[in-house]
Design a protein around this ligand. Structure first.
Ligand SMILES: Cc1cc2nc3c(=O)[nH]c(=O)nc-3n(C[C@H](O)[C@H](O)[C@H](O)COP(=O)(O)O)c2cc1C
Length: 178
């Protein structure tokens, strides 16, 4: 990919992965990118769990009623959580780290998808997705899970964004225009 702009045009959510594992070097690059995320007051409330164990990935695929099943077939998932006692803007901090992981994944030729955990529930609303992931991964009480990013080599290459179809009506200049 030549430029950041082209990378953004090509980043599309990927939910189908080749079984090939992600190299330790690429995993390190993804995590170092996350650790360089901007964070409010440089508090860095986030922490990350790297999951490559098949059994755990299978368990994580049941984190939500919908749209998390593909985690079972991903070779890698990075769970993004924060110590919520450390910062009142941990959601923003975690979101920035999450998107940076996704963009660096794209740059490394990997596909990824954000799986929302915060404010979501497991099947039949039995328990919150947050409590479920915390139990599976033994995460301490003072932490909350924001999202899981599933990562792996793409099976299909999706179409890049069409410049012509961008929602330019959402942009306002000087004042809000109706
Ligand atoms: C905050 C957030 C939560 C998301 N949660 C999920 C999810 O739980 N499961 C999923 O399959 N995709 C999830 N996505 C991916 C979106 O569905 C996807 O980004 C959107 O449909 C646009 O598609 P694109 O990423 O290919 O451009 C989430 C994305 C964001 C930003």
């Amino acid at each position: 990919m030549e430029s950041m702009y082209q990378l953004l045009q090509h980043r599309r959510s990927c939910r189908k992965y080749q079984p090939t594992s992600v190299s330790a070097q690429d995993i390190d690059t993804l995590l170092h990118a996350a650790l360089m995320s901007p964070s409010s007051k440089r508090i860095n409330p986030w922490e990350f769990i790297v999951v490559t164990d098949k059994e755990l990935l299978e368990k994580l695929s049941h984190s939500k009623e919908h749209s998390s099943s593909f985690i079972a077939e991903a070779p890698l998932a990075i769970v993004i959580m924060a110590n919520i006692e450390k910062s009142d803007v941990w959601v923003e901090d975690c979101s920035i780290a999450a998107i940076l992981i996704q963009l660096v994944a794209e740059d490394l030729g990997l596909g990824s998808c954000w799986v929302q955990i915060r404010n979501r529930f497991t099947k039949n609303h039995k328990i919150s997705s947050n409590d479920y992931v915390k139990e599976v991964l033994h995460i301490p009480d003072t932490y909350a899970v924001e999202a899981i990013i599933s990562i792996g080599y793409k099976v299909d290459e999706r179409k890049p964004f069409d410049e012509e179809k961008l929602q330019t009506e959402k942009i306002h200049y000087q004042h809000f225009t109706h």
